[in-house]
Ligand binder design. Structure first.
Ligand code: PLP
Length: 454
């Protein structure tokens, strides 16, 4: 049996065994970049775990507390092991990737000599770090993307990295994989930037569900992750991986319960904990964290490389079919944004529905119809406005005109004001996707054949 047929059988069995609720409820789920779906066995394992023992708050030395501490540390070890990061990184548990990124915003030593450089392709939870930098009088710079393929523009980024020799405390942030276009940015930028004196923040939230992040091969200083994006459950947990040699560079501006080794009230002094605990404010989610171990076991049993290959194969299928969808006059029914080849891309697609004259159907109308067909897609700007500004050719002048003339605003109002499109449709694939999900979406697209925008 060929490897491809074997995989096909394996993943359709997996769908039946672990994700039967998708079919039982007649869903077509295509929002894996928004949130992965949990396998049924993970929930069972976690509930069995909870029912088996008594778990206390880990901040004590009693037996139930000790048990929780052990289980939390077991999960921490598993996470570090999953990313091949045991020796060189701390794993700080957070409530999600955004909370991990906020630690960087709050604790990176930005000052008037600092620069925060980031790619235009970034989630808003990375974009928002710029406000911490500005508050400390540092400068912020965006590095632009190629319009055609939404990849990092090499010449521009190289220049930005080189042009900053007079800055100190320089932080460069980019996503390992775009949550919008699915582009996998070149991880070699980590080393290139570090050799030029930059600290590197890698937002790996959209990358790690279907790619290997080997932190012995690449050494970003800080990495942000949300676990529900990898195995669907639990939804309130993420982590910040901090390279040990940059740990003390992060300056925590306050302390909280669980983050200190000693505090005095009369003398008003304190010592911060010397490891991951420094950044875990208060009580960690000690009942939820052990479920991360079960989630990692689930992924490891399949193999992340196998998931990657599978998603690549489905992505190729989807792209070819989508590109072949034509109106009777030969006009393409779908405008796909991003790279023309799947090679450097994950299973996330951004697109618009075109009418017979090449006009774009409003994404809200497409979404309404998709909802009626129980097809879950995502629409809008996906918390990543940089990509949307590139795709819709918005200029800085136009954006300035809008922002300076408004105290409040939203995308709909901006569309009216500027007379330009905003937003698109995102289709994203994951470990539970099977071909029939994609066929159902393609069939849905076909219902727009020869239609015109009203
Ligand atoms: C690339 C990327 N970074 C960060 C985030 C933020 O993750 P969370 O909402 O779990 O904090 C997301 C969520 O979609 C994402 O895709």
């Amino acid at each position: 049996m060929s490897e491809q047929i074997e995989d096909e059988l394996f993943f359709s069995e997996l769908r039946k065994k672990e994700f039967s609720r998708i079919d039982e409820n007649d869903h077509c789920y295509l929002d894996y970049t928004g949130g992965n779906l949990y396998p049924q066995s993970l929930i069972k394992k976690h509930f069995d775990y909870l029912n088996l023992e008594v778990y206390g708050n880990p901040h004590s030395g009693n037996p139930t507390s000790q048990l929780s501490t052990d289980k939390v540390n077991e999960a921490r070890k598993k996470v570090l092991n999953f990313f091949n990061a045991e020796e060189n990184y701390y794993c700080v548990f957070t409530s999600n990737a955004s909370a991990a990124l906020q630690i960087i915003g709050e604790c990176y030593p930005f000052d008037a000599q600092s620069r925060f450089l980031l790619t235009a392709d970034n989630h808003n939870s990375v974009n928002g770090i710029r406000e911490y930098c500005k508050a400390k009088k540092g400068t912020v710079k965006y590095s632009l993307l190629n319009y055609e393929d939404l990849h990092i523009n090499k010449q521009v980024l190289e220049k930005e990295l080189n042009d900053s020799e007079y800055f100190s405390n320089k932080l460069f942030a980019f996503p390992a994989q775009s949550n919008v276009s699915g582009v996998k940015h070149d991880l070699n930028w980590i080393k290139i930037a570090q050799e030029k004196g930059w600290d590197v923040l890698l937002d790996a939230a959209a990358f790690v569900p279907s790619s290997t992040l080997d932190l012995k091969e690449h050494h970003p200083d800080f990495v942000s992750i949300s676990f529900y994006k990898i195995f669907g459950y639990p939804t309130g947990l993420g982590c910040l991986l901090v390279r040990k040699n940059k740990f003390n560079k992060l300056k925590k501006p306050w302390f909280a319960g669980g983050t200190v080794s000693l505090v005095s009230v009369q003398y008003e002094s304190y010592f911060l904990a010397n490891d991951h605990e420094r950044f875990e404010n208060g009580t960690v989610d000690y009942l939820g964290i052990p479920a991360i171990s079960f989630g990692i076991d689930f992924i490891n049993e399949i193999g992340i490389q196998r998931i990657k290959t599978r998603i690549k194969s489905l992505a190729n299928y989807f792209k070819t079919r989508v590109e072949n969808l034509k109106h009777s006059n030969g006009e393409a029914m779908i405008k796909l944004f991003g790279p023309s080849v799947i090679k450097h891309k994950g299973g996330t697609f951004i697109l618009n529905f075109r009418d017979v004259n090449g006009n774009i159907f409003a994404f809200e109308n497409v979404e309404d119809l998709a909802n009626k067909n129980k097809i879950s897609i995502r629409t809008g700007c996906f918390c990543n406005p940089g990509i949307d500004e590139v795709n819709n050719c918005l200029t800085t002048d136009e954006l300035a005109k809008y922002f300076t003339s408004h105290d409040l605003g939203n995308y709909h109002d901006m569309i009216q004001f500027l007379g330009k499109m905003r937003g698109a449709i995102r289709v994203s694939l994951g470990v539970a996707t099977v071909q029939k999900d994609l066929d159902r979406f393609l069939e849905f697209v076909s219902t727009f054949k020869d239609k015109t925008v009203e």
